[in-house]
Design a protein around this ligand. Structure first.
Ligand code: FHN
Length: 433
């Protein structure tokens, strides 16, 4: 019998089935911080008080916000789910919370931006997730003085300020309840983030997660409430997936007894989560594709971020990159969706992903001569170029016969000196049972 305070790993496996199928999602960081346009941590980095930040609340009016456009961009990119910041650390609510006046419906926008996001993304067939900051720099009862990152962390007039943290937790839990009862079925709850002693039961995390699971039994939760998702018996609040950030783990994520742990790397398209007007350091579509392949080749997901501007528009650079990724996904998505690591060492020329008896060779380096598949001699039933379905032949050419271990390898010759797709040429290999 699994104690109530421990995650039931079989239940977790059931909850995350769709997540391991979908593999690719869109992260959206949007809020008042799009106006100063220096990233979502501007309040902390520049020690901006609530009063100094208030003009952005008064001004916020995203006249061009149309989440239907956002949903179409995500769908065309091959993304299957999205996660929107319903409230970031600045405490501003994009949803019509009844627990605060600090919300989008009280700005010139006069709209429940979360409601429109949920409806638009569902209409395009994408699953919807909520990012929710458990940190709140606006709330009167959130610890400020001496905190690691609060904008007022070294303001002396906050030093002896009395706070009622339980009152803050009632507010925080109450907003989670609003989000999970007002917008229909929600697929992901993306809490962010625990630090120092602000972790686990400090947030009353067991109570919070029990409420989440009662309200939305199928929802999946990230691991940022605290606890140890890599334990053999993780706390009930340790989450359903591990959430590396701005990094791809060296290999898949295993728990302490060697069992796979679902994981999702969250990565920015440039160097910022929230809109930053001067940040033009965008990754290429090739980098994004290869990052996605690397995640899947290690049993993981990719949550790729965009930061819309103060008008509600996703930057053109982001849209162009996502569109190019989408063109590749149109032809090669089978090598991503529902795939996982192959039981083969990483080849020199690229990476493998696998789904059942079908192996996908992601060839990045054309090299010279035939492509060599170590360990696959006599195992390949047929080979096709995934993008166009064209037949490829598996045979050992005369010049390859000298390979010392040619007995265990297979060879496929690609015509020409360059790869058909320099970003990632995928060869579909149907293996014998
Ligand atoms: O502080 C946040 C940050 O602004 C951003 O939301 C990332 C995305 O995962 N999470 C926190 C930093 O780890």
């Amino acid at each position: 019998m699994i104690p109530e305070e421990v995650t039931n790993l079989n239940d977790r496996d059931q909850r995350t089935k769709w997540f391991l199928e979908d593999r690719f999602g869109l992260f959206i960081h949007w809020g008042l911080y799009a106006i100063p346009a220096r990233g979502e941590w501007v309040r902390s980095f520049e020690k901006i008080s609530n009063q100094e930040y208030q003009p952005y609340f008064e001004e916020f009016n995203p006249t061009h916000y149309n989440p239907k456009d956002w949903a179409k961009v995500a769908k065309a990119a091959g993304q299957k789910y999205a996660v929107l910041t319903t409230k970031h650390h600045d405490g501003f609510c994009l949803f019509d919370s009844q627990l605060t006046d600090y919300k989008a419906t009280n700005t010139l926008a006069k709209r429940d931006l979360v409601k429109e996001y949920v409806e638009a993304f569902r209409e395009e067939g994408l699953k919807v997730g909520f990012y929710f900051s458990i940190i709140d720099w606006y709330h009167n009862d959130y610890p400020a003085f001496g905190d690691r990152q609060h904008p007022m962390r070294d303001q002396s007039d906050f030093k002896d300020k009395e706070i009622d943290f339980d009152k803050y937790l009632d507010y925080m839990h109450g907003q989670v309840k609003e989000l999970l009862t007002r917008y229909g079925k929600i697929d992901i709850m993306w809490f962010d983030f625990s630090y120092d002693d602000m972790t686990g039961e400090k947030w009353k995390a067991t109570e919070l997660v029990k409420m989440v699971r009662e309200l939305q039994p199928d929802i999946i939760i990230d691991n940022r409430l605290g606890g140890n998702i890599k334990s053999a018996q993780p706390e009930i609040y340790a989450g359903d997936f591990y959430s590396p950030e701005q990094i791809i783990p060296p290999q898949g994520i295993l728990n302490e007894v060697g069992e796979q742990v679902p994981w999702e790397a969250c990565i920015t398209l440039n160097d910022h989560w929230g809109y930053h007007a001067k940040d033009q350091n965008y990754k290429s579509a090739k980098q994004v594709i290869r990052t996605l392949v690397e995640c899947v080749s290690k049993n993981g997901n990719l949550l790729l971020n965009v930061g819309p501007d103060a008008k509600g528009i996703i930057p053109e650079e982001s849209i162009e990159i996502l569109a190019e990724v989408g063109k590749w996904m149109d032809r090669n998505g089978e090598s991503i969706y529902g795939c996982k690591a192959a039981d083969l060492p990483k080849p020199e020329w690229g990476r493998y992903t696998q789904k059942g008896n079908t192996l996908y060779a992601h060839v990045y380096d054309r090299g010279i001569g035939p492509i060599y598949f170590a360990g696959l001699k006599d195992r390949i039933k047929k080979a096709r170029l995934l993008a166009d379905g064209s037949e490829l032949h598996v045979f050992t050419p005369w010049m390859a016969a000298d390979y010392s271990d040619a007995e265990s390898g297979a060879f496929i010759t690609l015509s020409g000196a360059r790869l058909p797709d320099e970003k990632d040429t995928v060869i579909e290999l149907e293996l014998f049972d």
